[in-house]
Write a protein that binds this ligand. Structure first.
Ligand code: ADP
Length: 248
C-alpha cells in the first residue's frame, strides 16, 4: 500500500473503476481443467491479467517417511512465482512471501480434503504463477481447488477465493494491480461451499464497519467465483463424457 494514494484517480464520473468494473464486480475468469497429462489433476486459470497453473499429485506415499501421519494424508502446497511473471524480474526460489502464501493456502484446504481416507500419504498441490497482476494467491487457490477435483481427491466441496479492498475511500471487490499498489487496504479470503471461511489476510487499514462491509462483499465475490468453478467442472466432465447429468 502506497502513501501517495491521494494522487490516484480510482473512479470515473460514473463510479466505474480504472478497468471499467463496478465496485462489486470481479475480473473476467477463464478456466481450463486437465491441462497436464503427467499430473493427477491440473488446472490453468486466468483471472484478469493473472495467469496461474495448478498441478496436483497424489495421494501417494509421503516422503520423507518422517512426514507421514499414521491416520491421515498430509497436504503440501507450494505457491511459486515465475521470475518472468512480474514487470521487474522476481527473484527465483522461495521467499518469505511465497512461504507464507503456501502455508495459509494449505490451511485453506485442510478443512475440505478427506485426508482420513489416505493414511501415510501426501497430497501435493503446486501452483505456478506465470503472470501476476494482483490477486495471485486467490487465483492460485481457485485453480488448486479444481485441480484437486480433477485428481479425484475426495473433498467436502470446492474452495473459492477472492479479495476485497479499499480504494479511494470505497470498498471494492477483486483489486487490480494499480488498486493494489495505491489503495488503502487489501483483504484476500477463501471460503468453502457451505460458507466457512478458511483464509483471511489483510494488508492496510479498515475501520470495523468497513471491515464488515468488506467481508460481506467478498463473500459475494467468492460465491461468484464458485459459480464459475462449477461451470468449468461441468464443461470438463460433461465434454469428456465422465459425468451423467440424468438422475435415475
Ligand atoms: P497477491 O498476488 O496475492 O495479490 P501480493 O498482494 O503480495 O499478493 O502482491 C500483489 C501483486 O504485486 C502481485 O500479484 C504481483 O503483481 C506483485 N508482486 C508480488 N511480489 C512481487 C515481486 N517479488 N516482484 C514484483 N512484483 C511482485
Amino acid at each position: 500500500m502506497s502513501s501517495n494514494q491521494n494522487d490516484v484517480v480510482f473512479f470515473d464520473e460514473n463510479g466505474l473503476r480504472t478497468d471499467g468494473r463496478r465496485p462489486d464486480e470481479i475480473r473476467p475468469m477463464k478456466i481450463k481443467i486437465g491441462v497436464l497429462s503427467r499430473a493427477n489433476g491440473s488446472c490453468y486459470l486466468e483471472w484478469g491479467a493473472n495467469k496461474v497453473l495448478a498441478a496436483v499429485y497424489g495421494p501417494r506415499e509421503a516422503h520423507p517417511k518422517r512426514t507421514q501421519r499414521a491416520g491421515q494424508a498430509i497436504i503440501r502446497y507450494r505457491y511459486n512465482m515465475q521470475s518472468f511473471s512480474v514487470e521487474d524480474r522476481a527473484r527465483p526460489g522461495p521467499s518469505r512471501r511465497s512461504s507464507e502464501i503456501s502455508k495459509v493456502s494449505r490451511e485453506a484446504f485442510e478443512p475440505v480434503v478427506l485426508t482420513d481416507a489416505y493414511p501415510k500419504a501426501a497430497i501435493d498441490i503446486f501452483v505456478e504463477v506465470l503472470q501476476a497482476d494482483a490477486g495471485t494467491r486467490t487465483a492460485a487457490i481457485n485453480a488448486a481447488s479444481l485441480a484437486l477435483v480433477d485428481a479425484g481427491i475426495p473433498i467436502r466441496g470446492l474452495v473459492s477465493a477472492c479479495a476485497v479492498g479499499k480504494v479511494g475511500g470505497k470498498i471494492v471487490l477483486d483489486l487490480n494491480k494499480p488498486e493494489d499498489n495505491y489503495g488503502e487496504a487489501d483483504l484476500p479470503i477463501a471460503m468453502t461451499e457451505d460458507g466457512k471461511i478458511t483464509l483471511v489476510q489483510m494488508d492496510g487499514h479498515l475501520t470495523p464497519s468497513e471491515f464488515e462491509e468488506a467481508m460481506e462483499l467478498v463473500q459475494k465475490g467468492c460465491r461468484q467465483v464458485l459459480e464459475i468453478q462449477k461451470a468449468a467442472l461441468m464443461e470438463k466432465f460433461v465434454a469428456d463424457g465422465n459425468f451423467d447429468e440424468t438422475v435415475e
